[in-house]
Design a protein around this ligand. Structure first.
Ligand code: ZN
Length: 135
């Protein structure tokens, strides 16, 4: 039942050419499979999909999960982050480790539920081992 239900390579029943789990043609792969080869879809439209029954299907999907398939031939190499992107990410992560109240920078991200470090939230002492070395 499941094989015929999801076997539709000519897209007569589903919106896209569709294969059951494990039966997609080898020249079509998922985004994750592209990434494992160091590739990205690169703006191409999905060329098909894989569908399968799963208990982990999202609500409303009626027990069916799906993954879009992309052509390997039209994929592009993954882009390496530029130094500016890496610097921006480093600043963002540092902001998550810095308490807005006492301005100390910790070795871990502060809990968003507190909005400040535990020492400020609970009026306790800061463990010096939790502080990032001042650069
Ligand atoms: Zn603080």
């Amino acid at each position: 039942m499941s094989f015929t239900r999801f076997y539709d390579p000519d897209a007569t029943r589903h919106g896209l050419p569709t294969w059951p789990w494990g039966h997609a043609p080898p020249h079509l792969v998922t985004r994750k499979q592209l990434a494992a080869k160091g590739l990205r879809p690169g703006g191409q439209d999905p060329a098909g999909q894989v569908r399968w029954r799963s208990r982990r299907a999202p609500p409303g999907a009626r027990g069916v999960r799906e993954a879009l398939l992309y052509r390997i031939a039209d994929a592009k190499p993954k882009r390496a982050p530029t130094p500016a992107v890496l610097a921006s990410l480093a600043r963002a992560m540092r902001a998550r480790r810095t308490c807005p109240t006492c301005r100390l920078t910790f070795t871990y991200c502060l809990p968003t539920s507190l909005g400040e470090c535990a020492a400020c939230a609970f009026d306790t002492e800061v463990d010096p081992n939790d502080l990032e070395d001042a650069a």
